[in-house]
Design a protein around this ligand. Structure first.
Ligand SMILES: Nc1nc2c(c(=O)[nH]1)N[C@H]1C(S)=C(S)[C@@H](COP(=O)(O)O)O[C@H]1N2
Ligand SMILES: [Mo]
Length: 325
């Protein structure tokens, strides 16, 4: 809990791990530490203050030159792209559900307080490199490409969008999982003063958390998106970095990631802990495996609800089928 070292972006990749308190929710960090009260919060560990009067979006010098990134044509679509407006104004992001709004998909209306500047994330567990890292460094290290993927929510709505980002494989290899690392867990930012849904829905097991098997994370399709439609991600789509695994149901696609944890045990997941029989760990898209409360044979494209037959692995069997044989 000692001093915060103001990080120097280009001088050494790693900064003090105790800076994690800067981006974890006060609550969750206290929970992790087993503390009941906020006594510690007066300490300098939250001294890295952000000026709330500025534009609070993730950015860095030169970021505009990264977008739009070149499209990787290997990943084509069988349908037209969803309109940008629809993909960015119909979102599932429980951290931004307002009790005053009857439409739970209106996250875009509530994201302004979400501060994504100088985004950093923690890497922990069974890896050669651990600590706190800046997203800016990762973008510069890995470069960016664009991919068009289909996307399918378990509730049956679907879309087709161009994501910008880098393969998750690059990130995994950069941190170097140890031989006994069999899974990677991912955790979303959680700060109740910035996220109306956390403040008002305290029965959920915040922060949002998900995970993949290591062989899934290393599959060429698994992608960390930093952008959409040739621009940086809007907050409601999971700015500034989120997972995209297009052969799995939407809830596996963790938004606004602040931690990757390499483990030898299957990570617990947010929806699985709420309804284990409805949201299994793998959650691969499959028309022949109904959700306990509805069929998965058909999906409906936003915004008009045009029906399409659901495809096994969302049509990505040639890439991921071998993982499950
Ligand atoms: N942190 C977090 N990540 C999340 C969610 C969420 O509520 N919180 N919702 C998931 C679900 S159910 C879906 S369908 C997708 C929606 O992504 P989109 O809003 O970019 O379309 O995000 C997923 N990632
Ligand atoms: Mo979803």
């Amino acid at each position: 809990m000692a001093n915060i070292i103001k990080p120097n972006l280009w001088n050494g990749k790693q900064i003090k791990a105790n800076e994690e308190s800067v981006y974890y929710s006060r609550r969750s960090i206290l929970k992790q530490m087993g503390l009941a009260t906020g006594a510690l919060l007066a300490s300098p560990m939250i001294g890295y203050s952000k000026n709330k009067n500025q534009d609070n979006n993730f950015t860095f010098a030169g970021m505009e030159k990264c977008y739009p990134a070149q499209r990787n044509e290997k990943y084509g679509l069988d349908r037209p792209l969803t309109e940008e407006y629809d993909a960015t104004h119909h979102n599932n992001f429980y951290e931004f559900i307002s009790p005053k709004d009857r439409n739970i998909y209106n996250a875009y209306k509530y994201v302004d307080p979400f501060d994504t500047r100088e985004w950093r994330f923690e890497v922990s567990g069974l890896a050669n490199k651990t600590g706190v890292y800046f997203l800016e460094e990762m973008i510069k290290e890995f470069g960016l490409e664009e991919r068009t993927y289909r996307f399918r929510c378990v509730e049956r709505w679907s879309m087709a969008v161009p994501w910008t980002g880098f393969p998750l494989k690059k990130l995994v290899e950069y941190f170097g999982p140890k031989n006994n690392a069999k899974y990677i867990g991912m955790t979303t930012y959680a700060e109740e003063s910035e996220m109306v849904g956390i403040k008002n829905q305290d029965w959920y097991p915040w922060p949002y958390h998900e995970g993949l098997r290591m062989d899934e994370a290393m599959n060429e399709l698994a992608f960390i998106a930093t952008g959409i439609y040739g621009k940086p991600l809007p907050k409601q789509n999971g700015a500034p970095m989120r997972l995209i695994v297009p052969w799995k149901y939407g809830y596996k696609n963790t938004k606004s990631i602040v931690r990757f944890e390499f483990t030898n045990k299957e990570p617990k997941t947010f929806w699985n802990s709420l309804a284990p029989n409805e949201y299994p760990f793998l959650s691969n898209i499959d028309p022949d495996v109904p959700h306990p409360r509805w069929s998965q044979k058909i999906e409906r494209m936003i915004p008009d609800g045009e029906p399409r037959p659901t495809l096994k692995y969302n049509g990505y069997g040639e890439f991921v089928g071998k993982l499950y044989s």
